[in-house]
Ligand binder design. Structure first.
Ligand SMILES: Nc1nc2c(ncn2[C@@H]2O[C@H](COP(=O)(O)OP(=O)(O)OP(=O)(O)O)[C@@H](O)[C@H]2O)c(=O)[nH]1
Ligand SMILES: [Mg+2]
Length: 360
């Protein structure tokens, strides 16, 4: 699962990518598919750190999520723009970066920062792109309907579905994504949706790239409020923090009264926006976070650890992280009956510590 970092040229996407822990891109210009543009980033989790303190394990393995640093989306038609939009359709989620810092070192469209305006124009462009994809597909299905085909029935169903979406977009001002969600029934083949990969269907995490001067401004607050998931980040400062040695990082943050970098919050928000959550396994050999989809059941979770655990699943011993933390130790947790037994269908909650009983 990955998120593409997108936005206008110079909004600070690459700076943010480095701040998240992505390695700097080599000086030579590269194509978006090249190394240095994709990074698998650890999901910082204070709960996992707490378990590390408790167990002092030989191995420590946080969850990871992948970020892709994409080129800036020019506001006007430009060479390569269609390819860029297509590569945005390939990712599972979007981190949309808008600029809320003033500087004269970069050739911006306008020197004045306008984070809300920038967001609005980007979202509008996503809608237009989706609408174009929709139109092209319907056109193709209408052409196909004129010729004999063994897929006729299926094509017809798909065309009817897309025409409903077009009506919603044209008459009710819905985004393609919202309309697709509205009409999503069992008759809608999930493979259609995967192949359209509508931008307005993707989860969005908004990053308002602030400076010290702009951080508390009304313009920034308004931009942050415009998206259900949003984080204010000073990408330039965060990039500096990320470049420090771990020891220096801690003292730097202490000096500035920061308990954790904003990028840590951003990574967690991105992970959750993708519909992911983590359960833990915890012992003296290893403390580890495992990624599942929100709502996955205990057998599915067990299968992440090893297929044998899913195949021979008997019961899951479940200890919610907070219960262990409140107890302070495994011994106390046991005394307080903090661990319960759950069956195959149990929906694993974020932060559950699991021990799978199995037999093969
Ligand atoms: N003052 C300030 N400058 C920043 C900040 N973030 C990025 N910059 C500067 O803005 C310029 C562009 O930053 P990049 O991170 O390369 O922007 P980008 O969005 O990757 O640009 P493209 O890839 O060309 O679209 C660089 O000179 C950065 O140093 C910030 O938070 N504050
Ligand atoms: Mg860049």
């Amino acid at each position: 699962m990955n998120l593409g970092i997108v936005g206008r040229p110079g909004a600070g996407k690459t700076t943010l990518f480095h701040a998240l822990g992505g390695t700097p891109r080599p000086k030579v210009p590269q194509s978006p598919s090249d190394e240095g543009v994709v990074a698998s980033i650890e999901v910082p989790d204070p709960r996992l750190e707490w378990l590390r303190e408790l167990e002092k394990p030989k191995k420590f393995t946080p969850a990871r999520v992948e970020f892709v640093d994409l080129p800036g989306l020019p506001p006007k038609d430009a060479r390569g723009k269609a390819e860029l939009l297509a590569s945005m359709r390939d990712v599972d989620g979007l981190v949309v970066v808008v600029r809320a810092f003033e500087t004269d070192t970069y050739p911006y469209e306008s020197p004045k920062a306008d984070p809300s305006g920038e967001l609005r124009s980007l979202l509008e462009e996503f809608l237009l792109e989706d609408y174009a994809v929709l139109g092209r597909r319907v056109e193709k299905l209408r052409d196909a309907a004129k010729k004999p085909s063994k897929n006729r029935e299926r094509d017809e169903k798909e065309r009817e579905f897309l025409e409903k979406v077009i009506l919603d977009v044209e008459n009710h001002g819905l985004s393609v994504g919202d309309s697709v969600r509205k009409h999503h029934t069992s008759s809608v083949d999930p493979s259609w949706l995967r192949s359209y990969a509508f931008l307005s269907q993707k989860p969005i995490v908004l990053v308002v790239n602030v400076s010290d001067a702009s951080a508390a401004s009304a313009g920034v607050q308004a931009a942050l409020a415009a998206s259900p998931v949003s984080v204010a980040v000073n990408a330039a400062i965060e990039e500096e923090i990320a470049a420090l040695e771990p020891g220096d990082r801690a003292s730097f943050m202490k000096d500035f009264g920061i308990s954790e970098p904003a990028s840590a919050r951003l990574i967690r928000a991105s992970y959750a926006a993708l519909g992911l959550s983590a359960f833990f396994t915890s012992g003296e050999d290893e403390v580890r976070a495992w990624t599942i989809r929100q709502g996955d059941d205990a057998v599915t979770a067990a299968g992440k650890i090893h297929s044998d655990l899913a195949r021979g699943f008997i019961r899951a011993e479940v200890t919610p992280f907070e219960a262990l933390k409140n107890a302070g130790s495994w011994r106390e947790a046991k005394a307080k009956n903090a661990t319960r037994l759950e069956g195959k269908e149990y929906k694993v909650a974020d932060g559950d510590i699991l021990n799978i009983r199995f037999a093969v």
